[in-house]
Ligand binder design. Structure first.
Ligand code: PMP
Length: 407
């Protein structure tokens, strides 16, 4: 599509293209498709009643604040609630002034890009990593370098070598149940990442929207929480949080914790961007958190996702056997899998390209996202991301059976 000649786009747009997976999403509207392709939480799990009541309280108690312009940093009662939420997750001594409310954690990522990245700057991300982060940082002209991961999260030894080689502006990690990898960075590696950050004076951005969505046991503390063990390491950390996956993405409530100098610049940039996050959404979220319902909501959500993850893992093992390798996730919304090229029974060769399988799968009535777009560099074409979040257990089994037929 060519633009009218009066429109001359900024150079930065040449660094990004609309994602390949958008094309796939167009096909999802076909009737009868079972979709493992989405990245959404299940709308059926939203605490609609709790949010409705919270929004009413927001209008009753403080209608002017809920409907008026507000401070760029965020609605003070929400900043207090979010600091308390972080304290509950082991981040001791975080004052409300040390975080700002953002319009989803996506905006926090955008503010990080805007404040830190000059064209040509190097940024290290995990391979694979969150697609919107790749695109957002590229929009600011970053040159992205992928650090490999395994079931225990990022390979710290390789990360150290990449830091030494590239001296990146910062490193972006999703240490807990990453999207798409589902991987969980082990406690031992978390400590090594912090030590590495401090020793090499490298800024680490910790994106943590999924940490509360664990199945059996709580994950190790966030890098931000662990930084209390290592004096000085807090100064090397930026942390992004979100209510999207635990409460509602439509509220668009995220937050950013960063050293004061960086936070001040982020506030300045946010001022020119959206002035502030919706005060109505912030007041509603503040009332919701104050009402103390999040714990019960989380328990329900964790249980449902755990059941679905378990059902998908079991179905994949029995239907696809040796053809598909994956580490069962301990939380989050995704199973990240790899086609081994081996047949189901371990004999012969089978398809080992995620994109090709995705096309065949659509023809069989099941959708997923091939892994390639999640790599900033050196993609592994045999990978796929399967979301179990929005599909019931029976449909998961049927969808996996269709996947097996496609293969
Ligand atoms: N980070 C990661 C890793 C994500 O998966 C997502 C949502 N898909 C986000 C950030 C953005 O979430 P939100 O803006 O809704 O907080």
């Amino acid at each position: 599509m060519s633009a009218p000649t009066a429109i001359r786009f900024a150079d930065r747009l040449s660094n990004v293209e609309t994602s390949a997976i958008r094309e796939l999403f167009k096909l999802l509207g076909q009737p009868g498709i079972i979709s493992f392709a989405g990245g959404f939480p299940d709308a059926a799990l939203f605490d609609v009643e709790g949010i409705r009541a919270a929004s009413e309280r927001a209008l009753q108690h403080d209608p002017a604040a809920a409907l008026q312009y507000g401070a760029t940093e965020g609605y003070p009662p929400l900043r207090e609630q979010l600091a308390a939420l972080m304290a509950g997750k082991g981040v001791a001594g975080l004052a409300p002034e040390q975080l700002i409310v953002t319009t989803g954690s996506q905006q926090a990522l955008d503010l990080i890009g805007k404040t830190l990245i000059s064209p040509g700057d190097k940024v290290i991300v995990e391979g694979p990593t969150f697609l919107a982060t790749i695109q957002c940082f590229r929009l600011y002209g970053a040159e992205l370098i992928s650090a490999p991961i395994d079931g225990d999260g990022v390979d710290v030894q390789r990360l150290e070598a990449l830091i030494a080689q590239h001296r990146p502006k910062f490193v972006y990690l999703v240490p807990t149940f990453g999207n798409p990898s589902g991987a969980l960075l082990s406690l031992e590696r978390r400590r090594r990442v912090l030590e590495l950050a401090l020793r090499t004076q490298t800024l680490i951005v910790e994106d943590d929207p999924y940490g509360d969505l664990y199945f059996d046991a709580a994950p190790p503390p966030s890098l931000l929480a662990l930084s209390a063990e290592l004096p000085g390491s807090r100064d090397c950390l930026v942390h992004c949080g979100s209510l999207s996956k635990v409460l509602s993405p439509g509220l668009r409530i995220g937050w950013l914790v960063a050293p004061p100098e960086l936070l001040a610049k982020a506030v300045m940039c946010k001022q020119f961007s959206d002035a502030h996050t919706s005060t109505f959404a912030q007041a509603t979220a503040a009332q919701y958190l104050q009402g103390g319902r999040l714990g019960a909501t989380l328990e329900r959500v964790r249980q449902v996702y755990a059941e679905r993850a378990q059902a998908m893992g079991a179905a994949l093992r029995s239907e696809l056997g040796a053809a598909l390798g994956f580490v069962p996730p301990q939380g989050g919304l995704f199973i990240w899998a790899r086609l081994t090229g081996v047949g189901r029974s371990g004999a012969g060769t089978a398809l080992a390209d995620g994109h090709e399988l995705a096309q065949r799968a659509i023809a069989q009535g099941v959708a997923f996202v091939p892994g390639r777009p999640f790599y900033a560099s050196a993609p592994d074409p045999a990978t796929l991301r399967l979301s179990f979040a929005t599909v019931g257990v029976e449909r998961i089994r049927e969808g996996v059976a269709r996947l097996a037929r496609a293969l």
